[in-house]
Design a protein around this ligand. Sequence first.
Ligand SMILES: [Zn+2]
Length: 216
Amino acid sequence: MNHVREQLGLYAKKLVQSGLVVGAGGNLSMREGEYMYLSPSGFDLQEIGEDQWVKVHIDSGEIHGDLKPSSEILMHLACFRKRPDIDSVLHAHPSYSVGVSSAGQEIPSMFPDFPAMIKQVRYLEYMIPTTHVLADAVADVVEETDVIVMRNHGVLTVGKSIKEAYFFMQLVEEAAKVFTISSTVGTPRLLSTEECEDLRNLSSEKYRAKLLKDEG
Ligand SMILES: [Zn+2]
């Protein structure tokens, strides 16, 4: 069994089962040496077989095999080229994150894990998916952040492991959801800049590691 493709299969199922993508939306990839394995185009993410992940050479963009890679291939290549420190890229269409950001809002910090785990979120205005324009915009900001919210479209997260990238995705969506619920029943009380700073200073590396471990 190939470890990378096995992990991709596992997290592809998680993305669908947790409602972060619907239908054939979303795509994910992992780095292995000079290559990345990317979800194929047109597949329901839950139904990708272990031998159906598309192998792509990161530097040249050369595609191996017969299957067509996800149409967001340029975005994935941009992330791996710009961030040698990461090995996973997830792109999903989580409804609360898309909903909140498409109203022109930013997703605020309302509970400790969000500012503790995510240093900053970058927002992109709407751009046509699958294009060089979108891939270039992602390339421009991915060196500064692990979480990119694309208004009227979706979210991209990167991680040192696929577990980390998935955790970032879940946290952003949870934050957007909590903000939405709070806005529905009253006026949300956001964590202040100072409270967020305190959380980040709270031996943040240890805190992050602990959360990732506990998350299972
Ligand atoms: Zn998308």
